[in-house]
Design a protein around this ligand. Sequence first.
Ligand code: ATP
Ligand code: MG
Length: 453
Amino acid sequence: MRLSRYFLPVLKEDPKEAQIVSHRLMLRAGMIKQQTAGIYSWLPMGFKVLRRIEQIVHEEQARAGHIPMLMPTLQPADLWRESGRYDDYGEEMLRIKDRNKRDLLYGPTNEEMITDIFRSHVGSYKDLPLTLYHIQWKFRDEIRPRFGVMRGREFLMKDGYNFDLTKEDALHAYNRHLVSYLRSYERMGLQAIPMRADGGPIGGDYTHEFLVLAETGESEVFYDSQITDLTFGDRQIDYDNVAECQAVLEEFTSRYARTDETHDEAVYAEVPEERRRTARGIEVGQIFYFGTKYSEPMGATVRGADGAQVPVHMGSHGIGVSRLLGAIIEANHDDKGIIWPEGVTPFHVGIVNLKQGDNSTDAACDAIYAELQARGLDPLYDDRDERAGAKFASMDLIGLPWRITVGPRGLTTNKVELTSRRTGQTEELSPQEAIARIAQIYQPVLGVTVADK
Ligand code: ATP
Ligand code: MG
């Protein structure tokens, strides 16, 4: 993309309404525009990052054998009356009447609808296991929408639902989700720690929230510092292997890590004192096993091997896709702006032309731009007629991880500068070397295609 042709409405001043850094930087970098409390338009660059995050989620769900679909945002109230949640949900649910006075609602989540789809089409244990998911907008009329996209009213969520014959199988689905979530967050450049959460009325040990540590997090968390040493990395996993997935769950959940909702001083006291940590965290996902909570009242049963009808065991698993933009920025910025991790950056590399209008500099930039694109990379070329200082300030603000700076002086010896946004370190290289370096850096990030299992 050439910046002169793009729509990137960068703000010069800090917006007054933003209380936290990610909100401020998203507004300043022209990524979002608030339309009313907790409801945002996604301007092109914000939309691009949102899409990159969605893509990672899709790829990792496909790897785990989970099947994508799409359910509507509006749902009939009757389904929620069947589960009893129409009355229980309270003011957070946006209730709507259509012209025929039928009650609808803007879905805050989809357990009822997916259970309805399941009961309409699946009748035998032979069709199990089954995990379906979608990435769709949700609406929750939060009392206090704030912090930009972190606590919106309309927000994008990935929500997945597993259907299994037995509790044992459903717990394997739970573990698959845990593994796929660990992989997803790491690809986004985040460490999200699974913490034992409150199962609410469902109870039991079978829910974990994933938290990104950040000062601005809304949850207070308590953990054993050893847990921050764990990474999933690029190890291979067979998602059909029950023991392998269980081992990952045990590895990542055996150390103390809880939110204030489940914190237990007595258990925490068993952690050696020098490893006890208190911090704040942003919830970026949650997984649940809830058994037959919905399948029983809604009649989602299958014929078992012995011919008897049994309610299926279910779980639901959510990732806060739009909240993740805020969380990623909270964890990756400095006083000049955002520092995107390579996995989610809106553009892979910025090209700064120091002397726009100079024939040889323009030609060199055009050639670099074309070559990067030919290699499957997505560069942003700042071809505006602006001072170098202004171009650098915009690049730092929008936070592309790499910048290639091209000026007439360097070109006399066939040199450009390659600068890392994170470290600020600059190297002088030939244009070909700089392109090769960028291609190499992004090789692990690009071209991940996963066929549906
Ligand atoms: P919270 O405790 O933050 O209100 P929740 O536990 O009610 O969230 P879930 O039902 O677990 O949310 O939804 C799955 C994910 O969706 C959450 O982990 C979070 O990342 C995201 N999410 C929930 N509410 C919002 C919101 N108002 N704005 C943006 N993202 C949200
Ligand atoms: Mg939650």
